[in-house]
Design a protein around this ligand. Structure first.
Ligand code: SF4
Length: 521
């Protein structure tokens, strides 16, 4: 579909993590409205349809966890607008919607022409936080799973090989910089897309390049993300031998019928066989992702998914809440009636609580409100670090990462990416400058996702009276049954854990409003 240059420019303001999903939704909206070209007006109308507003009762997606409803435009005209709903049932009714996927403060976009200069300034200095991560993106998938908003390109061996060559060139360009050489990296994450779709040779080349080019800490966590589909014995061997020490498999559901209906190819038995093979090798930590609220996944099926996971005695597990992306394949299939309606947001709350009960009963260790570890081998360093005080160098088409006070997003269009690499340039398509008190917001986001928030400690670190500023909101949340306050520390109740990102986002928004212009970047 054709886009006007103005619409293309305006689209760059969409947060990179959701750009692929947003583009699909906007183009689908334009097709539905019979528009041949997307201009600024169409973009704005599509944006308001996709991102906000209540879904009316006739809509087949009514009541679902749809899209991402950002609250950033809220003005602090009435403190009550930051309160939870007045309800006896906070788990199901504290808020009408999930507001975001990860809580973060407002930033200011960096102009395209200033991106390279900002990058060079940071990378030519050794200054920065001592915890450093590398995120490396593989933008290919062998199939497009219906529930996913992050699909970029189909996997083809020739384009993947060309991509690995370019990615290694990008790594060489970056690894020479002072910032990349000064302190060791404590975690490396190969995410996607589907890194396990790569050939054995490509996997080995990539991991070896990272190890040769960047200083890594002795206990560096090196994660390979992917699926069991086509993750052959040969590839597993190549990845482990090259130095991968953590494998994160997106299982989503073990149920064969549900898997097939969502575009997953393998049966429950085949998934289990590969997971056992990974575990039995003993060479890497093995964790899986499970999604709750999928179409056809009753509470009983969800319980069975968790029980199957527990029976395998892997190292850990992450729970993800299904988010139905507007205009995406899942919403279309549900609207047409070719897939059953997934669990509503209220039902998802019940699934979450049941999941917590089963993991607690199995005595798994809680690493965050959605991640559990069975063994001490599982540390989930990349995920924990990236929410808190750390730096992250992004590499590869579609990668994003925060370094010092800036966010950089690497160009998602492969042709543009290849051309820039050939010319010896860093192919950034988007950047964002953080607000002045960014570390304060990172502390809040990190601790809230860990199930608590020590405001007394964070107040002292930021030289602000956070308990005083947030008092009206916190006491309303305590009354509403979302948090307990003790000695200046917030402890989330189970209902609060389900609404973690809403609570963290509201705290950040409230503080940014209170701190006013002095905290804008
Ligand atoms: S493999 Fe992963 S990234 Fe690719 S479409 Fe499926 S869920 Fe999305």
């Amino acid at each position: 579909m054709e886009w006007t240059p103005e619409a293309k420019e305006a689209f760059k303001q969409v947060p990179p993590a959701v750009q692929a999903m947003a583009k699909t939704g906007i183009e689908s909206y334009a097709r539905d409205k019979g528009l041949g070209v997307i201009d600024i007006e169409a973009l704005e109308k599509a944006g308001s349809t996709l991102m906000g507003g209540h879904v009316n009762g006739k809509d087949k997606t009514s009541g679902l966890n749809v899209g991402v409803n950002r609250r950033h435009t809220m003005q602090l005209t009435d403190v009550k607008s930051f309160f939870a709903n007045d309800t006896e049932d906070p788990l199901h009714d504290a808020f009408d919607r999930k507001m975001t996927v990860h809580a973060m403060p407002k930033g200011k976009p960096i102009k395209q022409e200033a991106l390279q200069k900002s990058w060079d300034k940071i990378m030519n200095s050794k200054e920065g936080l001592p915890v450093r991560n590398l995120y490396i993106h593989i933008p290919f998938c062998e199939t497009h799973c219906r529930f996913c908003g992050f699909y970029q390109n189909p996997y083809r061996s020739d384009s993947a090989e060309k991509y690995i060559d370019a990615l290694i060139q990008e790594m060489e360009l970056t690894a020479k910089k002072t910032f990349a050489r000064y302190l060791p990296f404590q975690s490396v994450y190969f995410g996607g897309g589907t890194p396990t779709a790569l050939s054995s040779t490509s996997l080995a080349r990539l991991v070896s390049a990272v190890k040769n080019l960047f200083p890594l800490s002795n206990d560096c966590e090196i994660t390979l993300e992917g699926r069991t589909y086509n993750f052959t014995h040969e590839k597993i061997e190549a990845a482990m031998s090259a130095g991968i020490n953590r494998i994160s498999i997106g299982v989503q559901s073990f149920d064969t019928g549900i898997r097939k209906s969502l575009g997953r190819k393998e049966t429950k038995e085949k998934v289990i066989e590969t997971l056992r093979c990974l575990k039995d090798s003993g060479r890497a930590v093995v964790i899986i992702d499970l999604i709750y609220g999928l179409p056809g996944q009753t509470l009983e099926v969800w319980e069975e998914d968790i029980k199957t996971f527990l029976s395998l005695e892997l190292d850990g597990c992450d729970f993800y809440q299904l988010n139905v992306f507007r205009g995406g394949p899942l919403e279309k299939a549900v609207s047409k009636g070719s897939l059953p309606k997934p669990a509503t947001l209220k039902e998802q709350a019940d699934y979450y609580v049941r999941g917590v009960e089963l993991m607690d009963a199995a005595h798994y260790r809680r690493l965050s409100t959605s991640h559990w570890a069975r063994t001490t081998r599982e540390r989930s360093l990349y995920n924990l670090f990236s929410r808190g005080r750390s730096e992250c160098i992004p590499l590869g088409s579609g990668a994003g990462g925060w370094i010092k006070d800036c966010f950089f997003f690497v160009e998602g269009d492969l042709d543009v990416y290849f051309k820039a690499i050939e010319a010896g340039q860093n192919p950034f398509s988007f950047g964002m400058k953080r607000p002045g008190k960014d570390l304060l917001y990172r502390d809040i986001s990190y601790e809230m996702e860990s199930g608590y928030c020590d405001l007394k400690k964070i107040s002292s670190l930021s030289h602000l009276d956070l308990l005083g500023v947030l008092e009206p909101v916190l006491s309303q949340w305590e009354k509403a049954g979302l948090i307990n306050l003790s000695d200046g520390c917030i402890y989330l109740t189970t209902a609060g854990e389900f609404w973690t990102v809403n609570l963290a986002q509201i705290m950040i928004d409230f503080l940014q409003e209170e701190l006013g212009k002095e905290d804008l970047p």
